[in-house]
Design a binder for this molecule. Structure first.
Ligand SMILES: *Cc1c(COP(=O)(O)O)cnc(C)c1O
Length: 417
């Protein structure tokens, strides 16, 4: 659409056309028909492999009840930032529950995980300090590093030895902060957290670990990869989100009381944003109760993910280093990723194509996100579709792709009714 009303914005039309030409233009597809493994996307009923609702809690009636009751009691909006008068009883209760869950002295709830990451990093590092981030860290971590105005470098993905070198060379920095995802959001692989924690401890560096995709999924108690790796006491600031496995919205930081006190004073998105709606905090506490009470869903989810990865690999697909419920099918070219996603969509299977700038050039993929809402029949349908030849862009040549795998429903092309 040409910009006639705003001639000063005409340059946008050229930029958007260029994105289109490179298969990089993205647009919104509206979701209707509720939430969960079955959704209606852009008017089409699909099995949803694109959601981070890993424990299938987003539409859970227990959460809906908690939010409705709290809304009647507390109202909807918080009215002010937490330091003015926006911090209500549901926030206090959620923060206590989170600290108890995480086994830390304290916890603090932010309006989003993005705000928790960017705000915490910028509160912990400043001019004269050094921040080091894994190259594949989430945008909210990288933006926090930039916002901090500290000296900011990235280290190669999952390379504690290189991090060690960078820290050794930076002995002059006033303070040092290392940040990383614990479960990488696009690759589905895990950080070498024990090694990273060792390196940080050796250099007296702070370590911020973002458990956004791991909270509720990894660890015996569901606390994440740091729990699984047994290094929780060596992570200076644990960030999690309430918006993924917990099915709500918001982010949190768990750690020492002094860390939380500092963030209350210095984390700009906390200080200058209106507090998360209190009913959302009430729903998040209900979600936390579910995670604490039910271990089986997370165990089963990771078992199923392992089986799915194995079968995709047997078809010759490249699932990278995935070790989780996030399974990328790496195809390289963005046009090919979009074409593949389109073929799957025609069969009623929604698997988003992920392209630059979300992933580096040459690493475009289909990102399969498995949740507790998927049953074996849905997974078999996906496998049947992925096993069928996608001419001209089928699995890599020389692959082990054979006939379509068995499909428990006996119907690889079920009607889309
Ligand atoms: C989604 C995500 C966030 C942001 O969390 P929101 O609550 O959605 O803002 C932070 N870090 C990582 C790794 C994420 O994937």
């Amino acid at each position: 659409m040409a910009n006639t009303t705003y001639p000063e914005l005409r340059w946008l039309d050229g930029e958007l056309a260029e994105l289109e030409r490179r298969s990089l233009r993205r647009g919104l597809r509206d979701r209707t028909g509720g939430q969960g493994a079955h959704i209606v996307l852009g008017g089409r009923p699909v099995v949803n492999f694109g959601s981070n609702d890993y424990l299938n809690l987003a539409a859970d009636p227990r959460l809906a009840q908690a939010i409705a009751e709290a809304a009647r009691r507390e109202g909807v909006g918080s009215g002010a930032s937490p330091l003015i008068c926006g911090h209500a009883v549901p926030h206090v209760e959620l923060e206590h529950a989170l600290a108890e869950f995480e086994g830390t002295e304290a916890a603090l709830v932010f309006p989003s995980g993005f705000a928790a990451n960017s705000g915490t990093i910028a509160a912990l590092a400043g001019p004269g300090d050094l921040v080091l981030a894994d190259r594949k860290s989430h945008a909210s971590l990288l933006d926090g590093c930039r916002l901090s105005r500290a000296d900011f470098r990235v280290f190669p993905h999952n390379d504690p030895a290189r991090l060690d070198t960078l820290l050794r060379r930076a002995a002059h920095a006033r303070r040092r902060l290392v940040v990383t995802d614990t479960l990488f959001s696009m690759d589905g692989d895990l950080a070498e957290l024990a090694e990273l924690a060792d390196v940080c401890r050796r250099h007296g560096a702070m370590l911020l670990a973002d458990e956004a995709h791991a909270t509720g999924v990894f660890g015996a108690q569901g606390r994440g990869v740091a729990e699984e790796a047994g290094v929780e006491d060596r992570v200076s600031a644990r960030v999690g989100t309430l918006s993924k496995a917990l099915g709500c919205a918001g982010g949190f930081v768990a750690g020492s009381q002094s860390l939380i006190d500092w963030l209350v004073n210095r984390a700009r998105p906390y200080v200058f944003s209106t507090a998360m709606p209190a009913p959302v905090a009430a729903a998040a506490r209900a979600a936390l109760d579910v995670v604490r009470a039910e271990r089986e869903p997370r165990r089963r989810l990771l078992d199923r993910a392992g089986a799915l990865r194995g079968r995709l690999k047997a078809f010759g697909w490249d699932v990278g280093a995935s070790a989780s419920q996030i399974i990328p099918v790496v195809v390289g070219d963005p046009g090919r990723a979009v074409a593949l996603a389109g073929k799957l969509l025609e069969q009623g299977l929604f698997v988003p194509a992920v392209r630059p700038p979300t992933v580096p050039e040459g690493e475009s993929c289909l990102r399969i996100s498995l949740t507790a809402g998927h049953d074996d029949a849905m997974i078999d349908r996906l496998l049947a579709a992925m096993g069928a030849p996608f001419s001209p862009s089928g699995p890599p040549s020389g692959s082990a792709s054979g006939p379509a795998p068995p499909c428990s429903e006996g119907d690889p092309h079920p009607s889309r009714g």
